[in-house]
Design a protein around this ligand. Sequence first.
Ligand code: 5GP
Ligand code: ZN
Length: 113
Amino acid sequence: MSEDCLFCKIIDGDIPATKVLENEHVVAFRDIAPKAPVHVLVIPRTHVKDVAAAAAEVPQELAAMALAAQEIADAECGGEFRWVFNTGASAGQSVFHVHGHVLGGTELEWNPA
Ligand code: 5GP
Ligand code: ZN
């Protein structure tokens, strides 16, 4: 838990969110400003800043994030999805508790830059 972290507060229920999946390793909830019909954020329970930190420090939670992303996509968009980790401010990261964006539910274009 990091005191000033929005996503730690969502994990703890101090800030409301529409949660779609929770287990011992991860929490997933709908993005407040969806960019696709399905737009869910998957986060580890441990506060780490980005995907490389997750791989180094909590690899089991990173693996659980991937499984959760697939489970959400199976339930909501036919098992197919895009998984995005904005990493660093210049890449668009605004919350420094690692989160995978699960995007789907439409024909996605490929123009990330
Ligand atoms: P980033 O820009 O760091 O990759 O992604 C952060 C995401 O968190 C954004 O897509 C943004 O819409 C979402 N977000 C920001 N604040 C909240 C919030 O209070 N609740 C939820 N559910 N999503 C949020
Ligand atoms: Zn956090």
